[in-house]
Design a binder for this molecule. Structure first.
Ligand code: ZN
Length: 147
């Protein structure tokens, strides 16, 4: 790795397509080898699921013809909700365990309420379906249902 390498940490470490989210989730170099290991293993998997949820939301909005420059989403990976944007790599701070915890961050980024909530379903929550992501419209009550 040369001093002139301008790639982000996630790109340099080969995190994969979710590197923009990984970089935002782990912005500083870990202070221990163990934490570094956890960020490139467990952390990478969580970043990938959030990225896949964002991509599911983006495709859904595209299919519905929902326009906009920065279309807001809230994406989920147990047990935390994150604001996300369907049109750029912005990721909210992941403040809490309720979808509503990320609304103000989404509003700050997009100027509007989130359009969709995209929830990753762990295998034990998929019932008889192989559907990996549940896509819901943003409504005030979704938080009670999904948390
Ligand atoms: Zn955006």
């Amino acid at each position: 790795m040369s001093k002139d390498d301008t790639r982000s940490r996630g790109e340099r470490l080969g995190i994969g397509p979710c590197w923009p989210y990984w970089d935002q989730m782990f912005p500083t170099r870990p202070t221990s080898g163990f934490i570094h290991f956890k960020t490139i293993t467990t952390g990478r998997h969580i970043a990938q699921r959030l990225w896949d949820a964002r991509e599911t939301g983006r495709r859904t909005l595209d299919e519905r013809g929902a326009g906009g420059e920065h279309r807001g989403l809230v994406v989920y990976h147990p047990d935390c909700w994150w604001g996300a944007c369907a049109d750029c790599t912005w990721l909210g701070p992941g403040r809490g365990t309720r979808a509503y915890d990320e609304v103000s961050a989404v509003e700050s980024h997009t100027g509007a309420l989130p359009l969709l909530v995209v929830r990753w379903l762990p295998p034990w929550d998929r019932a008889d379906s192989d559907v990996e992501f549940q896509v819901l419209p943003w409504i005030a009550t979704v938080d009670d249902e999904a948390s």
